[in-house]
Design a protein. Structure first.
Length: 267
């Protein structure tokens, strides 16, 4: 769909697609256009859609937080969208934005803004520089030492810890079905609600996951892509490795991205 190096993808409920690499792109109705140069585009910055279906950037550049929105044909600092976390300079940020509740914006080692359509709340952030993902309507965060989920009005660490040194990505089908990838060594970790188990990754250098259910788990990494059907992993053909991300809204249409570009596949 797009021949450009991309490390982050976002999908909107209205059918738009946003991509971020060294530059940023937006696809509306299947037609891609290059956006103005983003204020930051490194691996610690991700692209999202806000509830107005306009792209957002969030993350960090060094020790400074990044939060920007596309408006009026250019990127502007969207500090007013994140309350007191939008001070200058911003603390490093992580979280998950989108059209589904909740949106989560966290300042490292400080606090998290939980944005729901019914109102905003502020909760203490888990300790450490984490990453976060919204899986369905549940927010998850992870770091080198543990996995946390947003449970009610606070983050709660899973009682059982996985043995990993650095997790690249996490995806939770449910609270009793959680996948976590470790790029080096090439390992997958799975939580069944009671214990973690580890296995060698079917894709060398795993980097990201997405799943629509326990029998539909998609994995990408330095060695390409694979899909878990509930019993075994099978390679996905037709994609150029390496790959950095995979995502979907319902599982009917999958999107992949990496240094070679953006790919789209239908069932």
């Amino acid at each position: 769909m797009l021949e450009a190096s991309v490390h982050s993808l976002a999908l909107s409920e209205g059918g738009r697609v946003a991509a971020l690499g060294e530059a940023a792109w937006l696809a509306t109705g299947g037609a891609w256009r290059r956006l103005p140069p983003p204020p930051a585009s490194g691996p610690d910055v991700r692209i999202y859609f806000g509830r107005d279906e306009q792209p957002r950037l969030m993350g960090k550049r060094g020790a400074v937080g990044v939060y920007a929105r596309l408006r009026g044909g250019g990127w502007e600092r969207g500090a007013q969208e994140i309350g007191r976390l939008g001070g200058s300079p911003m603390a490093p940020l992580y979280g998950a934005l989108g059209e589904r509740d909740p949106e989560v914006v966290c300042a490292v080692d400080r606090e998290c803004l939980i944005k729901r359509r019914s109102g905003w709340t502020v909760v203490a952030a888990p300790p450490g520089p984490l990453r976060a993902e919204l899986c369905g309507t549940t927010a998850w965060a992870w770091d080198r030492g543990g996995v946390h989920l947003l449970d009610g009005g606070a983050w709660r660490a899973l009682d059982v810890r996985a043995e990993f040194s650095r997790a690249e990505h996490l995806w939770a089908v449910s609270r009793r079905d959680v996948w976590l990838v470790e790029r080096s060594p090439s390992r997958l970790h799975h939580f069944d609600g009671e214990r973690w188990t580890a296995q060698d990754s079917p894709v060398p250098g795993p980097r990201a996951l997405w799943a629509s259910g326990p029998a539909d788990v998609w994995l990408v990494g330095d060695g390409g892509a694979a899909r878990f059907d509930g019993e075994r992993w099978r390679p996905v053909q037709g994609l150029d490795a390496p790959l950095a991300t995979v995502t979907s809204l319902t599982g009917a249409v999958l999107w992949w991205a990496g240094p070679s570009g953006v790919w789209r596949g239908e069932r």
